[in-house]
Write a protein of this length. Structure first.
Ligand SMILES: Cc1cc2nc3c(=O)[nH]c(=O)nc-3n(C[C@H](O)[C@H](O)[C@H](O)COP(=O)(O)OP(=O)(O)OC[C@H]3O[C@@H](n4cnc5c(N)ncnc54)[C@H](O)[C@@H]3O)c2cc1C
Lengths: 256, 602
C-alpha cells in the first residue's frame, strides 16, 4: 500500500492568539506550533493501515521552514518519508493553492489512499481535502470516524445529524479524518531517533510548477468583540428579581 | 483548572541558553543527538503529561490505592503510563544502545521526568523508579541478571523498586536485619520485612523487581555487612515461567499526599522460599545502592520543584482573574475591583514561588549536567565533575524539597480560602509536596551528609571546586551594571559561607563531633540559599545578554521576568544567610546538644 497523510502545522490550541494590529493575520511571536489535531488522526490511521496491510506512509506538508518539525513528528510516529513544500510565496496561502501544491506532490507518489484532517484548527476552512480530491479526480469521503479496507475498497463511517452514513468507495480516494477515528500514538524515542535519518524532500512552487497567486485572500482579521459586562439584578424581593430577569431575557437578551 | 504545570519556555532557557546541553553531542556517547532530538523528546513528554497524566491528577488523589486480595489496586491510568513509557522507550532512554536504550543525556531525561512530575507526581514515579532500579542492575549485575531483567523492565512489563527501609532501619540503614542465606544454587534465601516500599505491589503489572538491601548471613555488623540483591515478586523458573517468590505485600500505608502511588509493607520468606540474587560484590551493597540513591535524590529535588511549578502556574492563573480590592491609592468604591495580581504583596508571593521553582530547576540541571559529564569524561576532568556533583547533591535534594513546601504554601495563599478547598488543586499540591524532605534521606541526613562528609572530603576539595565555580560566575557578571550588586552580594555570601565552614570544621578538629553536626541542617540551608543565588546569577547573566540582542517581544518579557526574579532572590532570599550565619558562628555553644530530654515535658 502506498499511503499519503497530509499534515499542517498550526498554533497549539492553548496558544494565546493575538491579531496583528493591521489585521493582516496573527502575531506569530511566542506561539507554540503543533501538528493540526485532525491530521494526527490521519497519520495514525495511515500507520495502522500500513501495519495491517504493509506498504509505506509518506507525509506531505505545505508550510514555512518550521513545518519541518511537524513532518519529523509524523516520521517519529512511524511514517517512512516526507515531502515538504516550502516556499515564501505559499506562506498563508489559500485552500485552493495549498491543495494544488499537495496534488502536484501526490500525483507523483501514486498513492492508494490519501488522508487529510477534516479541517485545520487555525483557519477552519475545511476545504483542502475536497479540493485535493477534485484536482486528482478521485473520490472523497469526508469527516470519517471509522474506516475499513477490504478487496481494494474502503468502507467508511461518517456521522451526520442524527444518523451515520456507511460509505463505500473505490481506491484511490481521499479520506478526511474526524475525532473518534482512533487514538493517535505518541512519538516513541526510537521513532524520534530514526526520524532524523528519514528522507524529506523539500520542494518549492517552481519545482512543482504550480501557480502561487491565491484565488482567495483574507481581507481582514478582527478579534471577536469583547464580551459585554454581566448585569446583576439588585433588590431584596426574590419574586421581583425573577420578574426582572424574565423581562430582561425577553426584551434585552431576546432569548425567550 | 489551570492547564500549565511546567513552562517549556523556561526549560528551553535552562537547557539551551543557560546550560548548552546541545553541545553534549561533542562526546561520542551522545554524538547521535542534538537539539532537534531533545526538542522532540521534551515535546513528547509535555504531550503525554498533558494528555495522560494531568487529567488523572485529582482522581488519583481521591481514589487511593486499595489493598485487597493480597495485592494493591491502583488507578487504571497507571497501566497506561507504564505501558506508554515502556513502549515509547522512555524507561530505558538513558541506557546504552547495547542494553536497548538510546543514550539520551541524563539532563534531558531529568527535564522529561520533571514534566511528568509536574503533571502528576504520583503517576510519574512508577516508570522512573523502574529506570533507576534497572540502571543499578546494568551497572553492577551479572550478565544473567541483565539479560533476565533489563529488557522486561525497560519495556514496562516489570516494575522496579528500591527496597531499603525496615521498621527499625529508616535513616539508620546500619540496623537493617533482612538476611540472605547462601545456597549452592546461585541464589540466596531471603528472610525479613521491608516497609514503605514504593510501588512494590500492584494489580496492573506482571512482576515487580525489588533492588533490595540485606545482610548475608554471618556478615560483619554495620554498614560494611550489607549487600544488594535482586528479589523479584515472581521469579522466572528454568523454563522462564513466572512462579511466586514467597514475597508478599501484607499491607499498605495511607498517606497525607502523593496518594496515587502505594507504599507497601513486604514480608519475605515466610515459607522459606524467597530467592534473591546478589548484585555486585558481597558487602558492597550500600556503595552500589548509593549510585541509585544519588540519582534518586536529584530526582526528588526535581519532584519537589515540579510540584511547586504546577502550584505556581495554578496560582498565577487565579491571581490574574480574581478581582479583589482596589489600588491602595484609590479612594473610590465605585471603581471596579482589580485582579489581585496587581497588589504588591501578591506579586511578592508569585515572585517567591518563581524564585524557588526556577532557582531549584537551575541547580537540578546543573547537577544533571555534572552527572552526564562524569559518564563521558576521564581523569581529572571526571573527578572535578564527580566532586561537584557530590557536594551539590544534598542541596539539589533538600533546597527544592524544603523550599518547595513554602513555595506551594504561598501558591495556596494566593487563592485565599479557595486555596484551602478542593475545587482547586493547591491543597493537593501542598499535601503532595510534603513527602520530599522525608524520602531518599531526610533533610537532617542530607545536612549531615553535606557538612560531615561532602564539605570535608578530600581535604575540602569539593568545597573549593564549588567556590571556584561560583567565582567564575561572579567574574562573568562583573562588567554588567544591572547585575553588579548581585555579584557583590554573592561574593559576600561566599565569604560568609567560608567563614562559617571554617568555624564549624574547627569544632570537628577539636573532636567535638556532636556539636560540629548539631546545626548541620542550618548549614545545609545556608549553603543551599548561596548555591541557588549562584544559579540565579548564572540565569541573570544569560537573560541580560539575551535581552541585549533585542529579542522578539514575547522573549523580551520572559527575560525581563528572569532578571526581576534574579534581583528578587538577591534582595529577599540571600540576606537570610546572614541570620543563619549568626547562629552557625555560635554553634560551638552546643545549645541543642545540651538541652536535656527531661526538660521538654511540660
Ligand atoms: C511516601 C514514602 C515513600 C517511600 N518509599 C520508599 C522506598 O521506595 N524504598 C525505601 O526503601 N524506603 C522508602 N521510604 C522510606 C523513607 O526513605 C524513610 O521514611 C526515610 O528514610 C526516613 O526513615 P524513617 O521513616 O524510619 O524515619 P527515622 O529514620 O525514624 O527519622 C525520624 C526523624 O529523625 C531524624 N533522625 C533519624 N536519625 C537521625 C540521626 N542519626 N541524627 C539526626 N537525626 C536523625 C530524621 O531526620 C527524621 O526527622 C518511603 C517513605 C515514604 C513516606
Amino acid at each position: 500500500m502506498n499511503i499519503v497523510a497530509c499534515v499542517k502545522q498550526v498554533p497549539d490550541t492553548e496558544a494565546l492568539i493575538k491579531v496583528k494590529p493591521d489585521g493582516s493575520g496573527i502575531d506569530e511571536g511566542g506561539i507554540k506550533w503543533v501538528m493540526n489535531p485532525y491530521d494526527e488522526y490521519g497519520v495514525e490511521e495511515a500507520l495502522r493501515l500500513k501495519e495491517a496491510k504493509g506498504g509505506e506512509v509518506t507525509i506531505v506538508s505545505v508550510g514555512p521552514a518550521r513545518a519541518m518539525e511537524t513532518i519529523r513528528t509524523a516520521l517519529a510516529m512511524g511514517a517512512e518519508k516526507g515531502v515538504h513544500v516550502s516556499d515564501p510565496l505559499l506562506d498563508n496561502t489559500d485552500a485552493y493553492t495549498t491543495a494544488a501544491a499537495l496534488a502536484a506532490v501526490i500525483k507523483g507518489l501514486n498513492p492508494d489512499i490519501i488522508f487529510c484532517g477534516q479541517r485545520a484548527i487555525d483557519d477552519d476552512s475545511g476545504q483542502v481535502g475536497s479540493i485535493l480530491a477534485a484536482i486528482l479526480g478521485i473520490p472523497q469521503v469526508t469527516i470519517v470516524t471509522k474506516l475499513e479496507m477490504a478487496d481494494g475498497k474502503i468502507k467508511a463511517i461518517k456521522p451526520i445529524e442524527g444518523a451515520q452514513l456507511v460509505i463505500e468507495s473505490t481506491l484511490p480516494c481521499v479520506i478526511t479524518t474526524q475525532k473518534g477515528l482512533n487514538e493517535p500514538r505518541y512519538a516513541s524515542l526510537p521513532g524520534i531517533m530514526k526520524a532524523k535519518k528519514k528522507p524529506v524532500d523539500v520542494k518549492n512552487a517552481a519545482a512543482l510548477g504550480i501557480a502561487t497567486e491565491p484565488k482567495a485572500k483574507v481581507a481582514k482579521m478582527t478579534p471577536p468583540p469583547d464580551r459585554a459586562p454581566g448585569k446583576i439584578i439588585a433588590g431584596d424581593d426574590p419574586a421581583a428579581k425573577a420578574a426582572e430577569l424574565v423581562r430582561l431575557l425577553r426584551e434585552e437578551a431576546k432569548v425567550i | 483548572m489551570a492547564k500549565k504545570f511546567m513552562s517549556m519556555r523556561n526549560l528551553h532557557f535552562l537547557l539551551y541558553e543557560v546550560f548548552d546541553t546541545a553541545s553534549l553531542a561533542k562526546y561520542p556517547f551522545f554524538s547521535d543527538h542534538g537539539k532537534e532530538t531533545f526538542d522532540m523528546v521534551l515535546e513528547t513528554g509535555m504531550k503525554m503529561g498533558r494528555d495522560i497524566l494531568y487529567p488523572a491528577l485529582a482522581e488519583m488523589d481521591r481514589n487511593q490505592p486499595v489493598f485487597e486480595k493480597g495485592t494493591v489496586r491502583v488507578h487504571p491510568v497507571v497501566e497506561t503510563v507504564v505501558k506508554e513509557c515502556g513502549g515509547g522507550g522512555w524507561i530505558g532512554a538513558h541506557a546504552s544502545y547495547e542494553l536497548g536504550g538510546q543514550q539520551i543525556p541524563n539532563t534531558i531525561m531529568t527535564a522529561f521526568r520533571g514534566i511528568f512530575a509536574a503533571a502528576n507526581y504520583s503517576a510519574s514515579v512508577y516508570p522512573f523508579l523502574t529506570s533507576g532500579a534497572a540502571h543499578l542492575i546494568a551497572s553492577f549485575g551479572s550478565k544473567e541478571l541483565i539479560d533476565t531483567y533489563i529488557p522486561r523492565m525497560f519495556s514496562g512489563q516489570w516494575q522496579g523498586t528500591m527496597a531499603l527501609t525496615e521498621p527499625q532501619a529508616g535513616s539508620s540503614l546500619t540496623d537493617l536485619t533482612t538476611t540472605a542465606t547462601p545456597t549452592d544454587k546461585g541464589y540466596y534465601l531471603m528472610k525479613g520485612q521491608k516497609i514503605f516500599i514504593s510501588c512494590a505491589d500492584y494489580d496492573c503489572v506482571e512482576n515487580v523487581v525489588n533492588l533490595m538491601l540485606a545482610r548475608i548471613e554471618g556478615a560483619p555488623a554495620g554498614i560494611r555487612g550489607i549487600s544488594l540483591f535482586v528479589v523479584p515478586k515472581m521469579r522466572p523458573d528454568e523454563k522462564g515461567k513466572l512462579v511466586a517468590n514467597d514475597l508478599n505485600c501484607v499491607s499498605i500505608y495511607h498517606k497525607l499526599g502523593y496518594r496515587g502511588a502505594p507504599i507497601t509493607q513486604l514480608a519475605l520468606g515466610e515459607n522459606g522460599d524467597c530467592r534473591g540474587w546478589l548484585v555486585g560484590q558481597p558487602h558492597k551493597g550500600i556503595r552500589h545502592m548509593f549510585q541509585m540513591m544519588n540519582e534518586a535524590r536529584i530526582e526528588v529535588g526535581m519532584g519537589a520543584a515540579a510540584i511547586a511549578s504546577a502550584a505556581y502556574y495554578a496560582s498565577l492563573e487565579y491571581t490574574m482573574e480574581r478581582p479583589q480590592g482596589r489600588k491602595i491609592t484609590s479612594k473610590n468604591p465605585e471603581e471596579p475591583q482589580i485582579p489581585i495580581i496587581e497588589h504588591a504583596d501578591v506579586k511578592r508571593m508569585l515572585l517567591f514561588q518563581r524564585a524557588v521553582v526556577e532557582g531549584s530547576l537551575s541547580l537540578i540541571f546543573q547537577c544533571a549536567i555534572y552527572a552526564d559529564l562524569v559518564n563521558v569524561t576521564d581523569g581529572e576532568e571526571k573527578e572535578t565533575n564527580e566532586l561537584l556533583l557530590e557536594i551539590l547533591t544534598p542541596i539539589a535534594k533538600s533546597y527544592p524539597s524544603e523550599m518547595g513546601i513554602l513555595s506551594v504554601s504561598q501558591g495556596l495563599q494566593c487563592l485565599g480560602g479557595y486555596g484551602y478547598c478542593d475545587e482547586f488543586p493547591l491543597e493537593q499540591y501542598y499535601r503532595d509536596v510534603r513527602i520530599h524532605p522525608i524520602h531518599e534521606g531526610t533533610t537532617g541526613m542530607q545536612g549531615m551528609d553535606l557538612l560531615g562528609r561532602k564539605v570535608v572530603m578530600k581535604n575540602g576539595k569539593a568545597f573549593m571546586l564549588f567556590l571556584g565555580e561560583a567565582e567564575k560566575t561572579i567574574a562573568g557578571a562583573g562588567s554588567i551594571d544591572e547585575l553588579k550588586s548581585c555579584a557583590e552580594a554573592l561574593t559576600t555570601a561566599l565569604e560568609r559561607l567560608k567563614e562559617v565552614t571554617g568555624a564549624l570544621t574547627g569544632l570537628a578538629v577539636k573532636g567535638d563531633i556532636e556539636v560540629f553536626l548539631a546545626d548541620a541542617t542550618l548549614y545545609l540551608e545556608m549553603f543551599g540559599i548561596t548555591a541557588i543565588a549562584w544559579q540565579w546569577l548564572i540565569q541573570g547573566i544569560t537573560a541580560h545578554h539575551a535581552l541585549a540582542k533585542l529579542p522578539a517581544a514575547q522573549d523580551a518579557l520572559f527575560y525581563k521576568g528572569k532578571l526581576a526574579t534574579c534581583r528578587y532572590f538577591f534582595e529577599y532570599e540571600l540576606p537570610k544567610t546572614q541570620g543563619l550565619a549568626t547562629r552557625l558562628m555560635r554553634s560551638g555553644d552546643g545549645l541543642t546538644v545540651k538541652m536535656e530530654k527531661e526538660w521538654f515535658g511540660d
